[in-house]
Design a protein around this ligand. Structure first.
Ligand code: GMT
Length: 392
């Protein structure tokens, strides 16, 4: 198949999943074209011929105070589809990708008279494209339209599928739940790797807690600092919190660390290209989010055998099993999170059991090959189905 994938290129789960899917599909022999305004970070270091990357350039004509990226993206899709004959355009994160893909498909449908077949549009919802950006702004009507006119819609969790139907009042909308997966995840579980990482990161005797996110308000990063302060107080050897990522919540988290007098035990590492190099040192992963549609960061931690202390919100309970691969507490319950964390790290046998079960859950439920096959099957089904009902 000839597959186009549109995604946000920045650090973040949707771009990571889209790029990993692109690589996996290319490995299976498909011609894969990725569209974005810059090369997604997960494609860095991949040979250019493995996945064709198309940078979307936005015209800077002086008339445009806001150059129209969405139209430029649609135009690039049309251009590539006209030359390469795309079978499918897969939009990751509804805004603006699903709308641009719709425009491209409609424009290309015009070319059918000359024998070309317009691509099928698959939209994958990742979370805030529905729960925040899509539903609470002027984008809502267009997001709803994009959902209705996509040839297939997928969501990364049951929670997100249900939430989409509820928010947009589309109770019968067909949404396939296709969970995320990890692209060629490195192994970070050996004792040697753990000792090396703890030494490199200066952990000493301290328990190591790790957080990774884009530090947006929904992540509640200051709660991670509050949990660290409580764990540190409750444990003789102390505790260290390693914060990976950047974003608007960083200043608040730094302020909280100062206010709680734990600055020496909270380290902000900024964006980290290979998170497993930090996760290798971790005892626990903290994800105190307001909600997560899925929580790819939790999956990465579990893959490294790091149990998750998080919130029972959104789709996170579909990924982290309470009492098995971690503990999920009510949003904001930092005392509860700290108590669970302390109980786990002070019981090495129990911690080890959680570690093993976290790794096992990733291998059993989030297998890369199986996840990629499900997307592949969806594309094939759409192509075999003939024209979408709307066009029949
Ligand atoms: O919306 C965001 O904060 C970013 C978005 C992304 O692009 O990383 O995250 C969402 O998609 C991820 C990949 O499917 C999920 O793992 C995250 O849970 C989800 N974020 C939220 O729901 C807050």
């Amino acid at each position: 198949m000839r597959i186009g994938i549109a995604c946000h290129p920045t650090f973040g789960g949707s771009g990571a999943v889209a790029a990993d899917l692109a690589v996996a599909l290319a490995e299976r022999g498909h011609a894969v074209h990725v569209f974005s305004y810059e090369r997604p970070f997960r494609l860095h270091g991949r040979p250019a011929e493995a996945v064709h990357f198309h940078e979307v350039e936005v015209s800077s004509y002086p008339l445009f105070k806001y150059p129209p990226y969405d139209l430029a993206l649609a135009g690039r899709m049309i251009d590539v589809a006209s030359r390469e004959g795309l079978d499918v355009i897969h939009a990751h994160y509804a805004i603006p990708h699903a709308v641009s893909a719709y425009l491209a498909r409609e424009a290309l449908a015009e070319g059918r008279r000359r024998g070309a077949r317009p691509p099928r549009v698959v939209t994958t919802l990742h979370g805030t494209d529905i729960t925040l950006v899509g539903s609470e702004t002027d984008y809502a009507a267009l997001t709803r339209f994009a959902l209705l006119t996509s040839d297939a819609v997928t969501a990364v969790s049951r929670y997100l599928a249900d939430e989409t139907r509820r928010v947009y009042d589309l109770p019968a909308l067909d949404i396939q739940v296709l969970g995320n997966f990890l692209g060629d995840p490195p192994c970070c579980c050996s004792e040697g790797r753990r000792a090396e990482a703890r030494e490199r990161l200066g952990a000493g005797d301290r328990a190591v807690l790790v957080h990774a996110s884009n530090f947006r308000p929904v992540k509640r990063v200051a709660d991670a600092v509050r949990v660290l302060a409580r764990v540190r107080r409750g444990r003789a050897g102390g505790a260290l919190l390693l914060m990976m990522g950047e974003g608007p919540g960083r200043a608040e988290a730094e302020e909280e660390a100062r206010a709680l007098d734990v600055e020496d035990d909270v380290r902000f590492l900024g964006r980290v290209g290979e998170v497993s190099e930090v996760l290798a040192a971790a005892d626990l992963f903290l994800l105190p989010s307001q909600y997560e549609s899925f929580g790819l960061a939790a999956l990465e931690a579990m893959n490294c055998g790091v149990p998750v202390i998080g919130t029972a919100a959104g789709g996170l309970p579909e990924v982290v099993e309470e009492g098995v691969s971690g503990h999920l507490l009510p949003v904001g319950d930092v005392d509860g999170m700290a108590a669970r964390a302390l109980a786990l790290i002070s019981d090495p046998a129990r911690l080890e059991a959680f570690r093993a079960r976290a790794r096992e859950a990733v291998a059993r439920r989030y297998d890369r090959d199986r996840a990629v096959s499900r997307y592949e099957a969806l594309y094939l089904e759409l192509l075999g189905r003939g024209l979408a009902p709307r066009e029949a």
